[in-house]
Design a protein around this ligand. Structure first.
Ligand code: SD4
Length: 323
């Protein structure tokens, strides 16, 4: 599955053709409680297997923090998903560099960025959260910490991703084209049976990015934010736009002030429209409040996300600002 920008647009058209269920955002319009049990939602099609893994924990009354980690690990470890973990598309020099973050119900946070050679960066992020006094480790320092904690060093560049990169180099003439992107980060947020929220976000980032580039996914408040009193939000798309507008934090703060998840996501997209040069770029958010109300909303059409509750796991096609 090619996932460059052009193909992303094709894929988004395909989503519509697949007749994915309607706009969950509308269902989430009301702020009243819509879910009594656990709920998990996550970005893109790989959200289906991720939710399923998360549900194995949530469905048995397990903790959201364990569920979010287990959910995204499935996607990180599957080389067929060329935008996360093993098999992720490399930067323009051929290095697979990963970003990930995690937050729990206590407001604790852990993150790694520019991490190489580790299949499950989310678990390294969780270790940073739980076993260091810090929030974020980067590059070689993150790798060293991972190895000290028993993670195994491996080559993450699969033949398939290597081949795609080599083809890209011919056409791209090796220019850094930062508005050409792959939108397949997995952001996953969950509410457990006890009413506790957690979230995880993990990615190989923008394909063929500049060496050293870090996106929104490991930045607490940009790619992910959780406040157990209020709600959780996560993002996918062109990370620079979410970083500049601190989008996930903004969504949670708007919900704190009474916005529904869909209203909060719309406002965060509006902020991008007003404050950034978003031409040719995509951004999408997911939000979940403390009562289980949820929404997905995107800058442009074609953003799909998966929701699992009451044992049912379904794709939804998010509403968007640009039609
Ligand atoms: C990034 N937000 O690195 C990530 C890319 C992404 O799906 O979402 N890909 O900017």
């Amino acid at each position: 599955m090619k996932q460059n920008r052009r193909n992303f647009i094709k894929k988004t058209t395909m989503l519509g053709a697949l007749g994915l269920s309607g706009h969950l955002g509308c269902a989430a319009k009301s702020a009243k409680k819509t879910s009594s049990g656990p709920v998990v939602l996550s970005t893109w099609w790989h959200g289906i297997p991720a939710n399923k893994a998360a549900w194995e924990i949530l469905g048995k009354g397990g903790k959201a923090i364990d569920a979010v980690e287990a959910g995204v690990r499935v996607v990180e470890s599957n080389p067929e998903y060329q935008s996360v973990g093993l098999g992720g598309r490399p930067d323009r020099d051929g290095n697979v560099t990963l970003d990930a973050s995690i937050m729990d119900e206590k407001g604790e946070a852990g993150s790694v960025c520019f991490l190489q050679h580790i299949e499950n960066p989310i678990s390294v992020a969780r270790k940073v959260m739980e076993e260091t006094p810090h929030v974020m480790l980067a590059g070689d320092g993150a790798l060293q910490f991972a190895l000290q904690n028993g993670f195994v060093k491996k080559n993450l560049l699969t033949e398939k991703s290597k081949k795609a990169w080599e083809e890209w180099k011919i056409k791209s003439k090796y220019k850094p084209i930062i508005n050409i992107e792959n939108h397949d980060t997995i952001g996953l947020i969950a509410l457990d049976k006890n009413g506790d929220l957690s979230g995880a976000c993990t990615t190989s980032g923008l394909a063929y990015k500049m060496y050293g580039r870090v996106g929104d996914s490991p930045i607490i408040g940009a790619g992910l934010f959780v406040d157990n009193e209020v709600g959780a939000a996560t993002a996918t798309g062109m990370g620079e736009l979410m970083i500049k507008t601190v989008g996930s934090f903004l969504i949670v703060e708007l919900m704190r002030q009474g916005a529904t998840p869909i209203e909060a996501c719309k406002e965060a997209i509006q902020r991008i429209v007003k404050k950034t040069n978003y031409e040719d770029m995509q951004v999408a958010y997911l939000a979940l409040d403390k009562n289980g109300n949820k929404a997905g909303y995107a800058l442009r059409g074609g953003f799909g996300y998966a929701v699992m509750e009451n044992g049912e796991n379904k794709m939804y096609n998010a509403d968007s600002y640009l039609k």
